[in-house]
Design a protein around this ligand. Structure first.
Ligand code: TLP
Length: 355
């Protein structure tokens, strides 16, 4: 199978398996796992923050961040298409009493700045839950995986800080953003007080996310992680792969971006498919299938029969993600399979080919 559903499906590299087997271990709840300590120091340095904390997942990283930044009954303002709003089971609301407050996202993952401004200028009277946090996402998953421009991040950050609010960045794929923006990860993270980034996406590690920020924040997050049941003992098993991820897997993301570009071009030539344009494409391609929901279902089924998996994003829209487990040859193969699937399911007849 050519599995384009997500970069979360990546399997660890042989070097990671070797590092996992050899990792020096200790009890991380006592702060005694040398491999975790090393990974956390590396992560903090890469993000330009004082300290970092290894947590189980991107969801736990965002949740711990929101629980630390936001008292019960305060607002976390975030994008209407933000992962933390759409796909994290409402954790901050359910567990922390945080009022998740969505602001419209533009197609390329930015905030509508007027709406943000209006939201933050809500008078501080008794009708309104007071805002505590603005959370950004870069790259922006549900907005085509686009890298969000630094200038926009600076404007959001400045607006939030002017209103006395903290800024968190869901940087699950921050190294993809760094590549697309030709900026270091720390330059991106500089527009946020705290940042989380994932090991288990483009970096191909099996588990783990790093939550980074000022030392007092990270110490509070450590207690919150324990409260959430996420205090892990010999977590060097996880951290060992993370160290390989940070040292050996960042540069190869360029290959994923190149493959995504080739995939977008290839799918764009298939009659019946419409590829969403991207200003700063990273490792994702979103596309629509002509012929309505039934046509889209048939297309995905026919594609699967031809050995290619993509993820549904709406009744007529799919996401394809490139990653460590997918080669340039796989991409050519996936385009051929998509053309055959489109022809077979007659969605090709439902819409003319694009240029
Ligand atoms: N995203 C997953 C799915 O949950 C949609 C994917 O396949 O892309 N922030 C961002 C921006 C993410 O894309 C994800 C995972 C997370 C946080 C959560 O990470 P995990 O899955 O480790 O909890």
């Amino acid at each position: 199978m050519i599995d384009l559903r997500s970069d979360t499906v990546t399997l660890p590299s042989p070097e990671m398996r070797e590092a996992i087997a050899r990792a020096a271990l200790g009890d991380d709840v006592y702060g005694e796992d040398p491999t975790v300590n090393r990974l956390e120091a590396m992560a903090a340095a890469a993000m330009g923050k004082e300290a970092a904390l290894l947590v189980a997942s991107g969801t736990m990283g965002n949740l711990a961040a929101m629980l630390v930044h936001c008292a019960r009954g305060t607002k976390a303002v975030l994008g209407a298409r933000a992962h933390a709003y759409l796909y994290e089971a409402g954790g901050a609301a359910a567990l922390g009493g945080v009022v998740l407050t969505p602001i419209r996202n533009t197609e390329d993952g930015e905030f509508d700045l007027d709406e943000l401004q209006f939201e933050l200028e809500t008078p501080a009277d008794q009708h309104f839950a007071p805002p505590a946090l603005v959370a950004m996402e870069n790259t922006h998953n549900r907005c085509g995986g686009e890298a969000v421009a630094l200038a926009h991040m600076a404007a959001v950050s400045e607006t939030a800080h002017r209103h006395g609010l903290s800024v968190h960045l869901d940087g699950a794929r921050i190294f993809n953003a760094a590549l697309a923006l030709e900026a270091s990860a720390s330059r991106i993270a500089a527009h946020a007080d705290t940042v989380s980034f994932c090991l288990s996406k483009g970096l191909a590690c099996p588990v783990g996310t790093l939550l980074c920020g000022p030392r007092p924040f990270v110490e509070r997050a450590r207690r919150t992680r324990k409260m959430l049941g996420g205090g892990m003992r010999q977590a060097g098993i996880i951290a060992a792969a993370g160290i390989v991820g940070l040292t050996a897997m960042v540069d190869r993301l360029a290959e994923d971006h190149e493959n995504a570009r080739a995939l977008a071009e290839g799918l764009g030539r298939v009659a019946g498919l419409r590829v969403h344009p991207a200003r700063r494409r990273t490792n994702m391609v979103f596309f629509e299938v002509a012929g309505g929901a039934a046509g889209a279902r048939r297309f995905a089924g026919a594609l699967k029969e031809r050995g290619v998996l993509v993820g549904p994003r709406s009744p007529v829209e799919f996401r394809a993600v490139t990653h460590y487990g997918v080669s340039a040859a796989d991409i050519q193969q996936a385009v051929l399979a998509a053309a055959a699937a489109a022809a077979k399911t007659a969605c090709a007849a439902a819409a003319p080919a694009q240029g």
